[in-house]
Design a protein around this ligand. Structure first.
Ligand code: KIV
Length: 286
């Protein structure tokens, strides 16, 4: 049986240059299929706001949403390490609230670790959480919860000042006790430099080939949804959205034309009861 990854094993994967495969999941079937496929870690990302709940950004996602979805994921992937996003502002309301909110994700949701978006400014929060036994995954580069401040989803760390800040942020997260760092939408060269500069694994999304691992969004790699936009950083491995739409279209059509259900989908009465029913209804209704 598959064994859930532990933090020491994760660190060893970096040392052994063994790439880490992480994928998001938000419910029981996506978690089950991801575990069966052998992902190393599942992220219950607040991207669920976009791909599951239909919001434009991750900002409206609530702690309760994350707990609810994490529970389903944990039930679906009991042998996989599950990291859950702390949603917008839930770790920026002071130490007590930060600890309480992270603890709820672990105690009520069943997450093994939490992820926070931000750099050196979160050092105190990360120290607080890790000293309470809550493993923390950092997330720098493009941080979607700050999209209104950043002014859009664009590649980060392009100028030398931005690059220097990103490198310092990664080091600060390591020093504060994070067990890894997600690098989102960062140039390939910078992501590789960060990866070489810290001893904890980097997990890239749109950060090129030099990271210790990769993470993508479940719905993106499967094109699960309607009108999924092409993104340069994403590779799609299936087109589930088209498959689902055409299957539902066929179902609707068959119901309307009475091609479904067929005799094989129906449950016959035994013969004596059947005669009574025929008498009662005069043989109509079939
Ligand atoms: O919410 C999410 O899915 C994420 C990944 C994109 C890293 O944070």
């Amino acid at each position: 049986m598959k064994q859930a990854l532990t933090l020491p094993k994760l660190k060893a994967m970096k040392a052994q240059k063994k790439p880490i495969a992480m994928l998001t999941a938000y419910d029981h079937p996506s978690a089950m299929l991801s575990e069966e496929a052998g992902v190393d870690m599942i992220l219950v990302g607040d991207s669920l706001g976009n791909v599951v709940l239909g919001y434009d950004t991750t900002v409206p996602v609530k702690l309760e949403d994350m707990i609810y979805h994490t529970r389903a994921v944990v039930r679906g992937a009991p042998n996989t390490m599950i990291v859950t996003d702390m949603p917008f502002a839930t770790y920026r309301l002071g130490p007590e609230a930060t600890l309480r909110n992270a603890a709820r994700l672990m105690q009520e949701g069943g997450a093994h670790a939490v992820k926070l978006e931000g750099g050196a400014e979160l050092s105190d929060e990360i120290r607080l959480l890790t000293s309470a036994g809550i493993p923390v995954l950092g997330h720098i580069g493009l941080t979607p919860q700050s999209v209104h401040q950043i002014g859009g989803y664009r590649v980060q760390g392009k100028s030398s000042e931005e690059a220097e800040k990103l490198l310092q942020d990664a080091k600060a997260l390591e020093q504060a006790g994070a067990f890894g760092v997600v690098l989102e939408l960062v140039t390939e060269e910078l992501a590789a430099a960060v990866t070489h500069s810290i001893s904890i694994p980097t997990i890239g999304i749109g950060a090129g080939r030099g990271c210790d691992g990769q993470v993508l969004v479940y719905h993106d790699i499967l094109r699960y949804g309607s009108g999924i936009r092409d993104k340069k950083m994403v590779k799609s491995y299936a087109n589930i959205g088209d498959t689902i739409r055409s299957a539902i279209t066929e179902y609707v059509d068959e119901v309307r034309t009475k091609a479904f259900p067929e005799e094989k989908h129906s449950f016959p009465l035994d013969q004596s009861a059947s005669q009574n029913v025929t008498k009662l209804y005069g043989g109509e209704g079939k």
